[in-house]
Design a protein around this ligand. Structure first.
Ligand code: ANZ
Length: 846
């Protein structure tokens, strides 16, 4: 037989898997229960890299594991192939983005197949295929019908030199463009949005269902992103303005402490309030606004920045105290949060206090934060001598001199009818009063914004809307989908802030579906997060050109049982997929509300402590690693490196050692000399016990993602089996065959090529991929016991029945406490104790 020739084995088994299709999930008569195991699909930027290798190795452990447990497992793969990198590469090289994209897909596909992941290759999809993106357009139309897709003006970052819209990440900290160096300005543009904010409560509340099944870090990030605040809306009368101004506050209890109001400089409200102000006010406002528009949202939310602002020359009335309060504008108030205006309570809010101190505005304390006792009888603490510990001098309630806002609990003061009650009672009481007076109400606010889905770029899904000559928006009739992207010939893909599709004359000019009159297609394309928000459903029937997905198939397979991918997608991708799932649920297309029942985030693959990057010159090429060590060694290394959530430093692992171990495991299969139909349940008992303990422990370990522990246990079993062959009962023993077969099955989770080869050499057919995980024999799991003897000065004085795993310490304790030993020792002094767990304790006396 040929030696352990990695290249030959890989070639051979790829062919066998192609022929026998052990990973197919397409048989409609399959009666096994189903599992849907999904890896986040790759973006086709060049060849697969080490990060992909880690993710797909770990996802495959799970997919193969569930097959071994008797499930019909769907484990599909596709490509997230629309997006900017392709477009930028195309611009740079003067080619079509398709060329770059599909060449990369081909390369990745070849690498992925070689990598031996158990994907169902009959379910492949690419989001840049019209057969796929047609259904993005269908989804858009459904959203539009439901009022969940809409247009509005929004502020975008605008590079006036390059004439282009910039993403937030493209704006440097000093406010200049990463592209041109120009000072970036804010510009209003009309954009398409999906109304995800309608789903904020459900997106937040349903996270509770995922507790314990998603990493808690991801749940926290989702909660934080949605950012629900509970409080009240309060209406303020404005002098010289008919309508009131509503503010959102989490602290309506502090209403009597409101001494001024602040509106966001870039809000419509601010513009309106200065409209008929004096020339000076208008000028200083204008100057301030221009300055503000150069700062990023992150800077604006930095509470430590010195406060700036402008008095708008207008006044409001505090609805509780009737006081006249000035209205200011300042950039710490954001236009698109709450109502873009705040009631400022400088005594109890740090930002308001900093502002009040800077501009010399009044500060009124309305909550005595020293009065934290909730009972009326003070409880004195006593020191160890029984003396009362007197409270230390309480700090003065003076935020101006301390510079610190008073936060925390307490009792209300200076607050009329609220005086004397606690903060939480005051919140309840004031809301009732405001509601009765019609000047306020309980309210919630979210940090979550609507999802801006339009892009002024070429390489994405065209938005299926036609603009009539009368300005009406006309949805493209469903039977006219897909709207296929026009060829790139003659189009300038350079970003201009205007979609390049607008210049595709033949494409953009269309008859109005209502009456055939001249009309224009919407030239924008969709954010690629739309593509990935529902792709898990397209895998159910990727070739069906009559519907996006089959609800009956969705009932059978979805939601995804196990999702695997990087923590980089912890917020947006997951949030959007959760949102679209809820929309599809509301539309009656799916019967579940969460797309991914369980989530595993793998860590990153680093090199010498840092992320691999071209600029650091520390990139380890996956293809080199696979050539040098073989696929199985790399996959095994990924699984063995540590808990899957942790980063792997490639400088700290040894794929060469993995390869060596695999050869060692493989050699076992050649040294088993018994027939496959040997008498089972016989042979070396110690080896059988170890094998069955492993069979019993393995599933729990895989299901809790302790892959590295499983690998370690396989290594132990390989060692034990080798020992049994070389210096035990020998290769003909039934227990040796049993152990070797169990090793092959377990190893197939991590090193499928080697495992297949072992399986075949052990005389088994057809593939180990279809072999099940054997059930352990309970009789072999019962812990044995051994007899320990306790000696005193060389004479056996007692015995005990103990577990073979007892620790030396425990055994010594037992010995010292035993009747025979205590009697023999008497009042002699113990000079020395020698413990040989689990068999002997030898006590010497003086
Ligand atoms: C009065 C008040 C008194 C407030 C007090 C806080 C403490 P979260 O928890 O983040 O939701 N606020 C409201 N709209 C704002 C906007 N557009 N930009 C900046 N700040 C805004 O914060 C809610 C609080 O943030 C609100 O409660 C409001 O200030 C401020 F002792 O109202 B508060």
């Amino acid at each position: 037989p040929a030696g352990y020739d990695v290249a030959r084995i890989q070639e051979k088994w790829l062919g066998v898997w192609d022929e026998l299709k052990p990973f197919s999930s397409n048989n409609p008569n399959d009666k096994r229960p189903r599992k849907y195991v999904l890896d986040m699909f790759p973006y086709p930027s060049g060849d697969l890299h080490m990060g992909h290798a880690e993710a797909y190795a770990l996802g495959d452990v799970i997919a193969r594991y569930w097959r071994q447990q008797g499930f019909n497992v769907m484990h599909p793969i596709g490509w997230d192939s629309f997006g900017l990198p392709a477009e930028n590469a195309a611009i740079k090289r003067g080619i079509d983005p398709r060329e770059w994209t599909y060449a990369n897909i081909d390369q990745q596909k070849t690498s992925m197949r070689r990598y031996g992941a158990s994907f169902d290759w009959d379910r492949v999809l690419h989001t840049s295929d019209p057969e796929y993106y047609k259904w993005n357009q269908w989804l858009f139309l459904k959203m539009y019908e439901k009022g969940l897709a809409y247009r509005k003006d929004s502020w975008v970052n605008w590079d006036p030199v390059d004439q282009t819209v910039l993403a937030n990440e493209q704006v440097l900290a000093d406010g200049t463009s990463e592209r041109s160096g120009a000072i970036v300005v804010k510009k209003k543009k009309t954009q398409w949005y999906f109304k995800i904010t309608d789903y904020a409560d459900r997106l937040l509340d349903d996270l509770n269902q995922l507790e314990g099944r998603w990493p808690s870090k991801v749940l926290a990030m989702q909660r934080n992103w949605i950012g629900r605040s509970i409080g009240a809306d309060v209406d303020f009368v404005i002098e010289g303005r008919e309508e009131k101004i509503t503010v959102f506050t989490t602290r309506p209890d502090t209403l009597y402490g409101v001494t001024f109001m602040v509106v966001a400089p870039d809000s419509d409200l601010a513009a309106e309030l200065v409209d008929d102000a004096s020339v000076e006010v208008r000028a200083s406002f204008q100057e301030y606004l221009e300055r503000v528009q150069k700062s990023t949202e992150i800077e604006r939310q930095d509470a430590s920045r010195p406060k700036t602002g402008v008095f708008l020359g207008r006044y409001a009335v505090n609805p509780a105290s009737g006081e006249r309060i000035p209205i200011w504008t300042a950039d710490y108030v954001l236009a698109d949060y709450g109502h873009g205006a705040v009631m400022a309570v400088p005594a109890h809010d740090q930002r308001d206090l900093d502002f009040a101190i800077k501009f010399d505005l009044p500060v009124r304390v309305v909550l005595d934060t020293n009065a934290t006792q909730t009972t009326t009888i003070p409880v004195l603490e006593l020191d160890e001598n029984g003396q009362a510990i007197l409270p230390e001098d309480l700090p003065p309630l003076d935020p101006i001199s301390t510079g610190k806002a008073l936060i925390g609990d307490g009792r209300m003061i200076n607050s009329g009818p609220l005086d004397g009650i606690t903060k939480s009672n005051a919140i309840k009481k004031i809301i009732v009063q405001l509601e009765a007076a019609g000047t306020g109400r309980a309210a919630k606010t979210y940090r979550l914004r609507d999802w801006l889905i339009s892009r002024q770029r070429y390489w994405g899904t065209p938005i299926p809307i036609i603009h009539g000559a009368d300005g009406e928006l006309v949805p493209v009739p469903e039977d006219q989908l897909p709207i296929v992207l026009p060829p790139t010939e003659g189009l300038d893909l350079q970003p201009k802030g205007q979609s390049p599709l607008g210049a595709a004359e033949d494409w953009v000019n269309v008859p109005d579906p209502r009456d055939g009159s001249p009309a224009l297609r919407d030239p924008d394309t969709m954010d690629t997060f739309v593509d990935s928000s529902w792709y898990f459903l397209r895998f159910l029937n990727p070739n069906d050109d009559t519907k996006a997905f089959d609800p009956k198939e969705a009932d059978k397979w979805a939601p995804v049982d196990q999702y695997v991918g990087g923590v980089t997608h912890a917020i947006l991708h997951l949030l959007y997929a959760r949102f679209i799932t809820k929309v599809l649920f509301d539309l009656g297309y799916v019967g579940f509300t969460e797309p991914f029942s369980a989530l595993l985030n793998q860590g990153m693959v680093l090199m010498e402590g840092s992320a691999m990057s071209k600029s650091k010159g520390n990139i380890v090429r996956l293809s080199d690693q696979l050539d040098e060590h073989g696929v199985d060694a790399i996959r095994l290394t990924m699984a063995f490196a540590g808990p899957p959530e942790d980063d792997i430093d490639w400088a700290d692992v040894s794929p060469a050692a993995s390869a060596k171990f695999l050869a060692r495991a493989w050699r076992l299969s050649g040294d088993v000399t018994s027939d496959p139909d040997i008498r089972w349940r016989t042979g070396d008992v110690a080896l059988r016990r170890q094998t069955h303990r492993f069979l019993a422990e393995g599933p729990g370990l895989v299901e809790s993602f302790k892959f590295n522990v499983v690998v370690a246990k396989i290594m132990e079993l390989v060692n034990a089996t080798r020992k049994a062959i070389d210096s035990g009962p020998g290769g003909g023993d039934a227990a040796v065959r049993e152990a070797a077969e169990v090793i092959a099955v377990a190893l197939s989770l991590f090193a499928p090529y080697t495992a297949e080869e072992m399986w075949e050499r052990l005389g088994r057919t057809p593939t180990v991929a279809e072999a099940g995980w054997r059930k352990p024999d309970p009789a072999l799991l019962v812990e044995e016991s051994v007899t320990a003897v306790f000696q005193v000065d060389g004479k056996v004085r007692d015995k005990a029945t103990v577990s073979p795993k007892i620790s030396g310490e425990e055994l010594e304790k037992l010995a010292r406490a035993s009747v025979g030993v205590t009697r023999a020792v008497g009042d002699k002094e113990i000079a020395n104790v020698i413990v040989r767990a689990p068999r002997i304790v030898n006590i010497a006396t003086r």
